[in-house]
Design a protein around this ligand. Sequence first.
Ligand code: NAG
Ligand code: NAG
Ligand code: NAG
Ligand code: NAG
Ligand code: NAG
Ligand code: NAG
Ligand code: NAG
Ligand code: NAG
Ligand code: NAG
Ligand code: CU
Length: 581
Amino acid sequence: MFTTPIKTLALLGLASAAAHAAVVTYNWNITYVNTNPDGLMDRRVIGINGQFPPPAINVTLNDTLVINVVNQISEPTTLHAHGLFQTGNNQMDGPSMVTQCPIPPGANFTYTIPIKQYGTYWIHGHNKGHYVDGLRAPLIIHNPAETYHYDEEYTLAFSDWYHDEHAVLLDEYLSIFNPTGAEPVPKSALINQMLNTQFLFVPGKVYRLRIINMSALAMFHIHIDGHDMDIIEVDGVDVQRTTVKTFPISAAQRYSILVTAKNTTTNNFLIHGDMDPEMFDTVPDTLQMNITGTIIYDAASPLASEELIDWGEFDDAALLTPVVPMATTPADKQISLTASFQVMDDHINKATFNDITYVAPKVPTLYTAVSMGNLSSDPQVYGTYTHPLVLKHNSWVDIIINNNDAGNHPFHLHGHVFQVVGRGDGVYDGSTPYPYFNTTNPLRRDTVLVPSLTNVAIRFQANNPGVWFFHCHIEWHLQAGLATTIIEAPESMSGVLTVDQTHLEHCTDLGLPFSGNAAGNQGLDLTGQNIGPNLLPGKFTSKGIVALFFTVLSAVAGLATIIWYAQDDELVPSEEGKETK
Ligand SMILES: *[C@@H]1O[C@H](CO)[C@@H](O)[C@H](O)[C@H]1NC(C)=O
Ligand SMILES: *[C@@H]1O[C@H](CO)[C@@H](O)[C@H](O)[C@H]1NC(C)=O
Ligand SMILES: *[C@@H]1O[C@H](CO)[C@@H](O)[C@H](O)[C@H]1NC(C)=O
Ligand SMILES: *[C@@H]1O[C@H](CO)[C@@H](O)[C@H](O)[C@H]1NC(C)=O
Ligand SMILES: *[C@@H]1O[C@H](CO)[C@@H](O)[C@H](O)[C@H]1NC(C)=O
Ligand SMILES: *[C@@H]1O[C@H](CO)[C@@H](O)[C@H](O)[C@H]1NC(C)=O
Ligand SMILES: *[C@@H]1O[C@H](CO)[C@@H](O)[C@H](O)[C@H]1NC(C)=O
Ligand SMILES: *[C@@H]1O[C@H](CO)[C@@H](O)[C@H](O)[C@H]1NC(C)=O
Ligand SMILES: *[C@@H]1O[C@H](CO)[C@@H](O)[C@H](O)[C@H]1NC(C)=O
Ligand SMILES: [Cu+2]
């Protein structure tokens, strides 16, 4: 059984009778569990305290969340609270080798997280593919003064499910025998890591449904038979109430919707999460593509017939408006990152940003930042293969994410919500001013989908000193290296950020250095840094290809297209073996 979280009330003085903050403590032993969540296959999964699924975490604004982790699995692990800003608290963010050494088997780590925001989040393993094996749970933060009124709430966490463990799948995926980079295809979809979830509705009441996509790969389209959905929250940001029939949700994104219960109990209704087959290379006949939950008005009532829904177009940034406006400020710095998949000189199909595939450093990047003195502002100390981007304190930054790949990718920035300020087709080559489509209170979120062969511009202020991972949230693509490391305001970290001594002991236990540059050396000597595979010798870089594309296109359009595709086939095997035509 789960031990109930322990709440300690600490009254914050006498100034405000209403304001109070609790320390909410969860004791989480991370353990293996044998179970059969999709009813198709018994297997070993990663759970909490011998139970599966892991319990949701439920706290209130201004609480302090404490999670006492004991690692009882046979691999080092970590936890990341997805979407939390962790201001001044970077060491609790969790990505392995970015902000901490992973917790060795048998060791303990206490995550202490002051809760300064509210909304719908989730917490998941951030070492290897641990969340694919089940180490993921909703993290719900209540606000005593919610923006919208509702009577009750439920959380629906959608996830995809595999029958093999992540390590087996990863070996097959990152293999010379998988030159097209076809991702492992899940076997089923689950809601709250179970089948047949039911949600009781009482006539006339208003329900808040918190929808979380905890998938490794799949994208789902959500709809509810017989009911409209009013979107009110996106990734922790309250938005103007907007009615929709259906909406898509990519890995790691969250939406809250308000649903008004019917006045009668004559029918029950299905909630649908339909996987988008576009995400998959091949769709096996056995795949349980569509998952449903049931809204129960009266257990004795029949199910209403299913509605056919046209998924249609859904542009989150065009449709949804934050309740609390935030104007944009023109960027001080524009960074262009082009994502593509390429067979590298290790003959394995890897994911790259600007031709660099991410490889973890020897020293967690945060520990490099706090131990290198004034050299911490020099990107070189973080190593070549962490793909470091150093930002000045309080500067405004645009990242133009170019998706030069046949698949769609949801990109996530730790430590921030960003504004979605632009979208365009193809790779932005800088020859014309960037087509910002909205700089008046644009949508803010922490995970944005960038469709195939398009670009999206995100904007944020570098006001959160720390090391923040920026990566694709399709777990397989992160493992294939689709990540960069943002080192934000290194000159302002000292005195603001601390590192707990016990965390450093975990590095020692694992034989890893915890100070110095990415190689564990002093100064700019990077001898011995972890190096990744590089582009095959003589191959065009993706930037080069883009240049070629634009040049020849303007010359002889027809011929150029043929050259482009010929080059593409030869040089840049498209993801999932899909044609980009
Ligand atoms: C949370 O803390 C902030 C700052 O101390 C305070 O202004 C606010 O009223 C508190 N909110 C709640 C719900 O306690
Ligand atoms: C965690 O494991 C330890 C050691 O086996 C055990 O003593 C403790 O009761 C477990 N805690 C929970 C919450 O299950
Ligand atoms: C979550 O916390 C809120 C506020 O403390 C409480 O009302 C609610 O019952 C809790 N929900 C669960 C599922 O524990
Ligand atoms: C880890 O925490 C558990 C439970 O609190 C405790 O029994 C154990 O002694 C701790 N282990 C270490 C290595 O500190
Ligand atoms: C979750 O995201 C993945 C990847 O973007 C997507 O394929 C899947 O359908 C999404 N699931 C839901 C319930 O929307
Ligand atoms: C339920 O009945 C009330 C009162 O007759 C009406 O105002 C409301 O629109 C009805 N709600 C729905 C969902 O039909
Ligand atoms: C899943 O649902 C979609 C409609 O949303 C439908 O087109 C498709 O055929 C369904 N797939 C299966 C396997 O039932
Ligand atoms: C800009 O975004 C806001 C908020 O999403 C919206 O209200 C406004 O209509 C948008 N303006 C344009 C020009 O798209
Ligand atoms: C860094 O600090 C050292 C000694 O404190 C000083 O000699 C050096 O000039 C500084 N370098 C820069 C780039 O500020
Ligand atoms: Cu991706």
